[in-house]
Design a protein around this ligand. Structure first.
Ligand code: UD1
Length: 425
């Protein structure tokens, strides 16, 4: 198993080009199930999760060809069964449910796995499919859904905002008979990216980016070429990397408009943030000031940046209160940060962080995707040698992380121990 050995204490300086968004690419790859014509996706990051989704779409019978960052999907599906072995690796596999049901009137999808950040049910996905006329049964760990006469347009009111359920509902409704109204939908940029790509394929979607989406069903979709939107979470992670190491980074193609909540908070901590068109320049001004955050659906502060921001607050001047409102179990980085000397107390969904001038290097263990990168950030800010184990979590969501950080002065190397990490604990 690989670990990252990090010799921290170096302010990061330089330029990083932001990759395409993992969370936009995953639903976009599912569109390969919705048209026989070629769907060409550009700027698809090469990550464990995107490769896993490509494998799943291929399993359904669609041709999937990967160039460097371009993925071409082509042809009809011949299997409607998404088995546990493929789905357990990644929760986003549930995104094949809407496309298969809409296009072929049937789907059998294993209940998903993914990051261990809470129970993460899929009831909203199922309810959306039912509202569009699907008959759904749960049996043997599988969602079995069918719509023998095709889906029918309807009104789907989400009791809470869900990114994935919104995406599944959009993909299902575009090929349903008649019109649909999706209410209280997610407004994340990844939703707009999906809707824009679908519209280019012939769908009739309006309202993306607001909390009500209207869809006029069409009978079929054609192909298109689409460039995946920039990864705002990757950009936000590097912005925090600049701040926590006392450095200065220019993030190329970072799409600052998608990072308003983080930019506002970074400015409150005393960091200089300059928007230069699509680029973002982030420069620390000495030790950052502590400030409170609360995660919320977009345009609020993203839960996917909460762990990274907490790492930064561990060395900030003052105390901060970090409220996690999206996932109930998303503080798994806390015990690991505490191993590095951080002063954090958790009470339910709130973490109280008292900033320390310095953390101490330590061996730490990644527990989920964003938690693991928060440990990398903490190690980068800490003089001495730390090791982050179980970094396969990082490979799920960060493309070329070592190279990108290394070219900005970070001293880090990947080490293969060849043994299960548990043997070292
Ligand atoms: C997506 C992102 C993930 C991000 C999350 C929240 C992808 C591939 N992943 O995950 O990185 O952290 O949005 O911004 O885009 N919920 C239910 N029932 C459901 C579905 C969700 O109760 O059927 C709950 C979840 O447990 C959670 C909340 O809704 O508490 C939001 O989850 P959701 O937006 O669905 O997250 P994902 O789409 O899985």
């Amino acid at each position: 198993m690989d670990r990252l050995r990090i010799n921290g204490g170096v302010p990061l300086k330089g330029e990083i080009t932001i990759s395409g968004a993992k969370n936009a690419a995953l639903p976009l790859l599912a569109l390969g199930l919705m048209s026989d014509d070629a769907v060409v996706l550009k700027n698809v990051p090469r990550l464990a999760d995107t490769l896993s989704m490509e494998g799943l779409i291929r399993h359904h019978g669609v041709e999937v060809m990967r160039g460097d960052n371009t993925v071409t999907l082509f042809g009809a599906a011949s299997s409607f069964d998404a088995p546990y072995d493929l789905v357990r690796k990644m929760r986003a596999s549930i995104l094949v449910l809407g496309p298969l049901l809409a296009r072929y009137g049937k789907a059998r999808v294993s209940l998903p796995g993914g990051c261990a950040i809470g129970t993460r049910p899929v009831d909203l996905h199922i309810r959306a499919m039912q509202a569009l006329g699907a008959i759904v049964e749960l049996a043997d760990g599988y969602i079995q859904a069918r719509a023998p006469q095709g889906l029918t347009g309807g009104r789907v009111v989400f009791p809470m905002v869900s990114v994935g359920a919104t995406e599944n509902a959009i993909m299902a409704a575009v090929l349903a008979k008649g019109s649909s109204e999706l209410v209280n939908v997610a407004r994340e940029p990844e939703i707009s990216d999906l809707a824009d790509c679908l519209n280019a394929m012939g769908a009739k979607i309006s309202g993306q980016g607001t909390d009500i989406i209207l869809i006029e069903g069409v009978t079929s979709l054609g192909g298109t070429t689409h460039r995946v939107v920039a990864d705002r979470i990757e950009a936000g992670t590097f912005a925090i990397a600049a701040a926590i190491t006392g450095g200065s980074l220019t993030l190329k193609q970072a799409r600052p408009r998608h990072l308003d909540a983080l930019i506002d908070v970074l400015r409150l901590t005393g960091v200089d943030v300059n928007e230069l068109g699509d680029d973002l320049a982030v420069t620390a001004n000495g030790r950052t000031l502590a400030t409170d955050i609360r995660t919320d659906p977009f345009p609020g502060f993203p839960t996917d940046l909460q762990a990274q921001f907490m790492a930064m607050m561990c060395v900030a001047d003052g105390s901060s209160r970090i409220s996690e409102t999206i996932f109930e179990n998303r503080f798994m980085h806390v015990p690991e940060l505490v191993r590095m000397g951080a002063d954090i107390n958790v009470d339910g969904g709130v973490a109280f962080v008292r900033g320390r001038r310095h953390l101490t290097p330590a061996p730490v263990m990644a527990t989920d995707l964003r938690a693991s990168v928060s440990l990398v950030l903490a190690a980068l800010a800490t003089e001495g040698q730390s090791e982050v184990s179980r970094i396969y979590h990082l490979d799920r969501g960060y493309s070329n992380l070592e190279d990108k950080l290394g070219q900005c002065g970070a001293r880090l190397e990947r080490i293969n121990y060849g043994l299960d990490d548990d043997e070292f604990r």
